[in-house]
Design a binder for this molecule. Structure first.
Ligand code: SF4
Length: 431
């Protein structure tokens, strides 16, 4: 979502004649868009600001703005501790960035803008064309969260759940496709909680899939509690919807899910998985896991291992629990570090095995790839298959934006390598 926000910030600042530069040394304004989800996020901000300071030691100081969730959570402290920062701007206030930049150009006061003005933000953004022209583009449809999982900062940094208007999303999706996007990834902290005047995520999927030159749709991140039957059915009915679903579970133990305030049991989670497989037998899953959440015992941990083996998640993101200041879990008694590290290592070994087996099974298989870009200084093209696996092929033809069948020759942990199947070369890319 920060990538989407950063692009929108760039679109906004064009109005006051700012543009992006790859050369940091010539920047007049430095916008650091921050994420608060992982540990040491604030330290990273000071580190980055330190780098800017060093770069500009003998030059005119650029305007330095800290935006995003760290600004929201720790704005006052940042301004007090680091005088080099000119303003902090929360994720629901960045539509005001031009005023802030102009204020700072005129050497006015330091600003802390961290209100939850999400309606105003999207009203402003809807007036400005999305100029992003990536082959695969993000599109935010929903923000914020009302779930209050005990470990998570999002409800405090992004605010309550908010769904953008149906028509503004369709219009932005059309802009992205006009710009050249072939794939749209719909974003939300609780993307499947989307509800605008009773229009649901499934309605959006059907409407967006009608955009002629759009080939692929994905959405992330969904919550099991909001997985309704209409959405499950859309996985069968909506042909442009890709067959990989990222569905965070965090733990395989219902006891831990309850302690986390996730709002569902493991049986309910598995029921969703089964229903989805019933609608779309080729569907695969990825997930997030928190290992060694306070109160997790060996039995709970083994349930998480069993879940991994049962569902065979083709990708997983796992971390040892780390507390976020201000969340209810922050004061809970932590699991001993040695045990926590040992559990993470065991879990990741099992997850790696599952992934390795899955990827081994792809060798000599033909996959359908949307190519995104040429790898710099080579004849190689990078793309993704339907399951979001990275694929690289050699080609003399410009493959960017094209969809091709690729026979996979080999793979490593992160990438599949293969050859474009010859008879596909002349085909048009449009779905
Ligand atoms: S549902 Fe997701 S975003 Fe909301 S509180 Fe839980 S983990 Fe955070």
């Amino acid at each position: 979502m920060n990538e989407y926000d950063s692009n929108r910030i760039l679109d906004l600042t064009k109005k006051i004649n700012y543009t992006s530069t790859k050369n940091i040394e010539e920047a007049d304004c430095y916008v650091l868009n921050t994420c608060h989800i992982r540990e040491k996020a604030t330290d990273k901000v000071y580190h980055e600001v330190g780098r800017v300071k060093k770069t500009f030691r003998y030059k005119k100081k650029p305007i330095v703005l800290i935006v995003g969730c760290v600004a929201q959570a720790e704005g006052d402290i940042l301004l007090q501790k680091e005088n080099y920062i000119d303003a902090v701007v929360g994720p629901q206030s960045y539509h005001a960035i031009n005023k802030i930049i102009l204020n700072t150009e005129n050497k006015r006061t330091k600003i802390n803008l961290t209100e939850f003005q999400v309606i105003e933000k999207f009203d402003q953004l809807n007036l400005i064309k999305n100029s992003n022209s990536n082959i695969s583009s993000f599109l935010t449809i929903q923000e914020g969260c009302d779930k209050f999982c005990k470990f998570c900062v999002v409800p405090y940094t992004r605010g309550p759940e908010y769904s953008r208007s149906f028509s503004s999303i369709i219009s932005e999706a059309k802009q992205l496709v006009d710009n050249g996007s072939k794939e749209i990834i719909l974003l939300g902290q609780n993307v499947n909680a989307y509800n605008f005047k009773n229009k649901r995520l499934s309605d959006l999927l059907y409407s967006i899939s009608e955009i002629r030159d759009l080939a692929r749709i994905r959405y992330t991140t969904s919550h099991p509690k909001d997985f309704t039957d209409d959405l499950i059915e859309a996985h069968n009915q909506c042909k442009k919807l890709m067959p990989l679903l990222h569905l965070p579970v965090q733990s395989g133990s219902t006891k831990i899910l309850k302690n986390m305030n996730r709002g569902h049991t493991i049986e309910e989670y598995l029921e969703i998985i089964e229903k989805l497989k019933g609608e779309k037998p080729s569907i695969k899953f990825s997930s997030d896991f928190i290992i060694a959440y306070p109160s997790e015992n060996q039995d709970d941990f083994e349930k998480t291992l069993s879940l991994m083996k049962k569902v065979q998640f083709i990708n997983s993101y796992s971390f040892i629990f780390s507390s976020r200041p201000g969340t209810p879990a922050a004061n809970l008694k932590k699991i001993d570090t040695t045990i926590a590290k040992e559990r993470l290592s065991i879990f990741q070994k099992v997850a790696d095995e599952v992934k390795k087996e899955y990827r081994k099974g792809l060798v000599n298989v033909t996959v359908n790839v949307l190519f995104e870009n040429k790898v710099r200084d080579t004849n190689e093209y990078f793309g993704r298959d339907e399951y979001f696996n990275s694929v690289i092929v050699n080609s003399n033809e410009n493959l960017a934006g094209k969809i091709r069948n690729v026979k996979i020759d080999k793979c490593n942990h992160n990438t599949l390598f293969g050859k474009v199947i010859l008879e596909d070369r002349q085909k048009d890319c449009a779905a």
